[in-house]
Design a protein. Sequence first.
Lengths: 324, 257
Amino acid sequence: MTRAAWPLTIGFVLVAMALGLSVGATSLPLGSVWQALGDASAPGAAIVRELRLPRVLLAFSVGGALGVSGAALQALIRNPLADPYLLGLSGGAGLGAVSAMALALPLVWGVPAAAFVGALGAVALVYRLSVVAGRRLDPRVLLLAGVIVGAFAGAIMTTIITLSTAEQLRNAFLWLLGGFSAASWESVWIFVGYALLPLGVLLAQARPLDLLTIGDEPAQTLGVDVERLKRIVLLCTSLLTAAGVAVCGIIGFVGLVVPHALRGLVGPLHRRLLPAVFLAGGGFLVLADAAARTVVRPVELPVGVVTALIGVPLFALLLRRSLR
Amino acid sequence: MVRLSGPATRVASLIPATTEWLFALGAGPAVVGRTAWCDYPAEAADVTDLGNGITPNIEAILAVQPDLVLLYHSAGNRTAASRLRDLGVPVLLLRTDRLEDLDRQLTLLGRALGRVAAADSLRAAVAAGLERARAAPAANPPSLFILAWDQPPMTLGRGSFLTEIVELAGARNLFADVASSSATISIEAVVARDPDFVLLTSRDSVPAFAARPEWRVVPAVRDRRFVRVHGSEFNRPGPRTPAAVATLRRALAEAMR
């Protein structure tokens, strides 16, 4: 572990937050942002307090949750390619959310609950497929099953959207691209309400996750209930993915790139990796969102496009360096 | 280049705007197919529905035995058009996005249906109607934020037909600098530009978004400065365009009172 790892990570988060609060349709100097945070009658206070602050906090917590989910799934599968997207969780959650929109369920509980059911359904299917294949939770089979289930969920989603004429569903397609343009305090509370518990549970599994990386059997001999741990991780990551999809659509690459980058900085031990990934994942998504709303303003880019545009080259670079 | 042996007598009209024009030209009986969106005039409901018109169903089109097919000018439709032409069915690809497309549309339709005189008088009538309905250009027109969707916040830009209606009605589109026809924007961008009114196109009497705290940051939303219009005449240029301009002008005058 590099000694500068924590100051670096925390500094990154602070810079990202400051930037996220000061740029937008109108750029505000940091001084006025600070003033607006403390004083509701300051000029620009409504913009900072009602629009930017919830948006930055939502992006931060969603990014953190996606990062932690990615890191936990990678430990579980023992494969750096694992993330909620590739394992079919995002697809399942998206299908659930679109179905809830088709049935006009309320945004506060209906969409998150349906997204969770969808994510769990996808995980259950992935799990069943890998059992049928005869290798219980074999990393490669799981990834393969995840990709297939994700594609299947995507096909059903497209079918629902194609068949419906309702305005809400045509826009569901856009919403699924991911974005924080509709962020509000309500969406922050929805997300925090659903994400706090699974996030805490995952952070508490740091030690067993360390042991799991040396293999199922060694971990079992060292006292880890491997099957139970795997179920806990899948359940918690499903909840986190579902909560994220419900408030801001499908956002890829955060769970893939951030843990990969952070392992080089803080090392592979999950006691340090998981909190660091939470912070850096949050900061990363705040920055990506700041870019999404300023690059072609007043038009907003889907934030998933930005995470992919930054994430893919970064991942390629890291991959090259780690192979060297 | 399209060659017809004579005036078309069986037309599959896969654009809602051309369906309106054909009926207005008195060629309603010649329309043998339409899209699911063709909701005007009421008689159009009796014509065979050939689907949503976005990806034309060639088999359904051939089944009504048209001697002319009207398709919207899009990349997907060009492929469908060349297939139909290979099968010996004449196709007209038309742009129907903006007011400026109107002249060419009417000229082509008049020629294809052997109703050149009717097309000429209709064009003159629509032009005169527009002249009567439109507002005199103002030095400082009120700004309208066109709310196309609230989650994510979406508006219509310069490329949209509604922008033209807004301008003819004597107002300006708050996001006229956005070139595309529709775009996702942030609530913050709306706050920064501070529109005079919000133009609502939904049928709901009480817009749910207006109660949400993040939307109430927009002064025009907080003060309920809403202008409401709805109906398909606001999203396609056609014989009802002068009426659409007049309706919006009335709604705007009422809101400004």
